[in-house]
Design a protein around this ligand. Structure first.
Ligand code: HAM
Length: 448
């Protein structure tokens, strides 16, 4: 092939490769430093709250055998039917990216014998994957913080789990959220209820929306979730699950309600709350908001007392929840509680051409936990000060030829309307530490 032809082909190939690769995958987000800073703050509240209640971190792989999810979450659910990223690994076994982490946690507990004569409290935080139609608040890679407790069957752990969620939302200053709870009873109560519900809905089959009609056989309880106005009108007269519960199931729920009231947790009971995953039994709950459009659920969970046994473990009750971080962080930002966006306490400017003493000072400041950005790359002093301002620094330290000769440093307070101060170089570290402490104490007082 003549050289020019090769060159043209290479150019075309590289252009095609570029246009194919240049875009990220739909529904999967990049996060940039201004945002990751908010994420880190929220994540630290989540970790700390888990720690406060004695929950410990578990990390499971992003990939699991597909069967784990289809058998745990349920073959007839939207997640398993339509939303999993699944592939056959080298023609051998079907693997899926995890759409949630309850099933993985249960798998890990059984595989490693973590539940033998032991109760466990876990938390996890990480990406999940669902091939949903992306829109605001709904992504294909999203993140969940979740907690799971194994080995307790009484309503006290249900109340604890709900309190953990409540504390997180309160600590983050998220307002306008409502908690709805319901009970699904045991498998046998649900079977009796399903029969009654299906009987009722079959009589109104012709007037149900298409989605609900298709669920009638596979998963009639999910029809209770329908947003279609006509279907909702039909549901208003439908039998309610509560009437099909055994006395002990009813008692569990009433005791939970009393515990929540005693601890000041506000909730409402929603008979129609059924959740979209098959493993739930008994208590289910969901925090929703009206601030995020259609994607109202911020945190959701419930009991799954049969899941461990159904996956081959010894019968062990379980309960937990998961929060969607993207939605949670959106709410934190809407409430203006993102925290301090600054990424430096001190900005160091040195125009002498020999920055060794300034670098040493910067290191000494970092040694005592002060965040320092050293200006790199020179430029006009005015531009360097502009960078100092953009970094959010509270102080700028400036050393020029004159300061180097005299052994002093110019200190410029960036967030207070006071002039520049000249200080002996060997007093800088202590002075800065005292100044930053005073500055923060005053700021905290103003915030209150
Ligand atoms: P889930 O309701 O499927 O439950 O998800 C929990 C939360 O994850 C939702 O309330 C929402 O905030 C967030 N979420 C779900 N899908 C998306 C998405 N596509 N984009 C953004 N956020 C999303 C579970 O996953 C259960 N494993 C919860 C659980 C734990 N139950 C017991 N233990």
């Amino acid at each position: 092939m003549p050289g020019s032809c090769w060159a043209r082909m290479l150019k075309r190939n590289s252009r095609e490769t570029m246009s194919r690769n240049i875009q990220g995958v739909r529904g999967m987000n990049d996060l940039f430093p201004d945002t990751t800073q908010v994420w880190q703050r929220v994540e630290s509240v989540l970790r700390e709250t888990g720690w406060l209640y004695g929950y410990r971190e578990i990390r499971t792989p992003l990939l699991e055998r597909t069967d784990l999810f289809s058998q745990s979450i349920g073959g007839g659910t939207d997640i398993v039917e339509k939303e999993m990223y699944t592939f056959v690994d080298q023609g051998r076994e079907s693997l899926s990216l995890r759409p949630e982490a309850t099933a993985s946690t249960v798998r890990a507990c059984i595989q490693h014998g973590l539940l033998h004569n032991r109760q466990q409290r876990f938390w996890y935080l990480g990406p999940m994957f669902r091939r949903e139609r992306p829109q605001k608040g709904r992504y294909r890679q999203f993140h969940q913080f979740g907690i799971e407790a194994f080995g307790w069957s009484g309503p006290d752990i249900d109340a604890e789990i709900i309190q953990v969620g409540e504390r997180i939302l309160r600590t983050l200053g998220v307002d306008g959220i409502t908690l709805e709870i319901n009970t699904l009873g045991s498998e046998s109560s649900r079977i009796r209820y399903r029969r009654a519900l299906t009987g009722y809905l079959l009589k109104h089959q012709g007037n149900l929306d298409e989605d609900s009609r298709s669920r009638l056989e596979r998963n009639p309880l999910r029809i209770l979730d329908s947003k279609n106005p006509q279907t909702r009108r039909i549901l208003a007269e439908a039998p309610v699950l509560r009437d099909y519960l055994e006395p002990d199931e009813r008692l569990h729920f009433t005791r939970l309600c009393t515990m929540l009231e005693d601890s000041g947790v506000r909730y409402s009971i929603n008979d129609r709350l059924v959740r979209g995953l098959d493993y739930y039994t008994s208590t289910v709950f969901e925090w929703t908001t009206s601030e995020l459009g259609a994607q109202a659920a911020v945190c959701a969970g419930g009991r799954y007392d049969s899941l461990v046994e159904s996956r081959g473990g010894r019968s062990t009750p379980g309960i937990g929840f998961a929060m969607g971080l993207e939605r949670l962080i959106e709410l934190v930002q809407l409430g203006g509680n993102e925290g301090n966006p600054a990424h430096a306490d001190i900005y160091v400017i040195d125009t002498t051409g020999d920055s060794v003493p300034s670098t040493r000072r910067a290191e000494a400041l970092r040694d005592i936990g002060i965040r320092v950005i050293s200006h790199c790359g020179g430029g006009k002093l005015a531009n360097q000060l502009k960078r100092a301002d953009q970094s959010g620094a509270i102080l700028a330290l400036i050393t020029g030829e004159r300061e180097a000769e005299l052994g002093v440093v110019q200190v410029k307070p960036m967030r207070q309307n006071i002039g520049q101060i000249e200080l002996p170089a060997d007093q800088i570290v202590n002075w800065c530490q005292d100044y930053l402490n005073d500055f923060r104490t005053t700021e905290a007082r103003h915030d209150r």
